[in-house]
Write a protein that binds this ligand. Sequence first.
Ligand code: ATP
Ligand code: MN
Length: 386
Amino acid sequence: MSLRYAGRVGTGMNDALLASLRKRLTPLVRPATPLGRQPSGSREGAHWVEPRLVVEVAFTEWTRDGILRHPTLVGLREAKTPREVRREDPMNVAGVVLTNADRVLYPEQGLTKRDLARYYEVVAPLMLPHVADRPLSLVRCPAGTGKACFFQKHWGGRLPEAVDTVAIRERGSQTKPYTVIRDAAGLVSLVQHGVLEFHLWGARADNVEAPDRMVFDLDPAPVVSWERVRAGARALRALLEDVGLESWIKTTGGKGIHVVVPIARRSTWEEVSGFARALAERMAREAPGEYLARASKAARKGKIFVDWLRNTRGATAVAPWSSRARPTAPVSAPIAWEELDRLTSGDQFHVADVPALISRRTRDPWRGMLASKQRLTRSMTARLEA
Ligand code: ATP
Ligand code: MN
């Protein structure tokens, strides 16, 4: 373990802090620098002390010589010992080396690639149980929002170390490589490659013919009030409960809400999409002025489209905690059903709000989903059709 000179700080100290620092430092005074030789950039006649105390310093960046630029003293860090101090590598997040880390991806928010990578590092423990080991489709915007983006189903080019692919059969007998990740390094690697949105299959990579998730996407026509969208989510939940299925809810980061239903891997895509369609049609039948089960934009007039087509083989929905490629950097945020009454829009939560949202909560509202063992049966579909 060695010491490195990082500069000197002359601001951020009030009289009280100065007095207490003097008291702490005086007994630690030593005649010469503990760094071996006088570091360049240090002041002639400086008072050196034993390296025992740790302080927190705010600064704007490292200079090329490894010195803090614009340092301000924040305070003593009593709980930390000098041995624990590491020089953070600002180019490395979750073990992934970022290039162009300061590139601004969300100009309205001033969010850089590094900021987004750190966002995913923070949400990884909540996000990965729902995202790891599943085929992904990606929205990539290498130059950020407002610039060219493309929706990518098949990974092309070199694979980063933390990213895998799974070959999936498509129309005919062709197979195509779909992106799969397993950990936080995978999330960050994809951010490094310009990914702003993660979209999921409703099946896991080890058996893509055995769906384990259904997603109902409530897509309101522009005139539909937010209260009607919330009512739609509640109605959907109630119908699912009637047939014996528990559901979870998230914002989309856009205009609507997604209702998610985990199921045991016992059903085919045909059975799953058949159930999803029967549910959407049942909603439309019970309240034809409110809901519609057909994708037609022309027929949507003033209604909410209950998009069940997300539950067909190959369809995707945005992942929980994914950022969206929209100017305000919204995210698709899992919430508890009890929070729905207070939810004000589909894009209420943003990349910048999430650390506070997570630390405010005492538990993950989606935790129960992972333990769910519920099964989809044919009689459930039959009941909706009756
Ligand atoms: P909102 O609440 O605003 O409707 P959403 O996530 O439900 O949000 P979109 O972002 O419009 O809606 O749609 C996302 C889905 O549409 C993706 O999961 C994907 O299946 C599909 N999709 C999105 N962009 C493309 C694209 N460029 N090409 C093909 N499919 C796309
Ligand atoms: Mn939608």
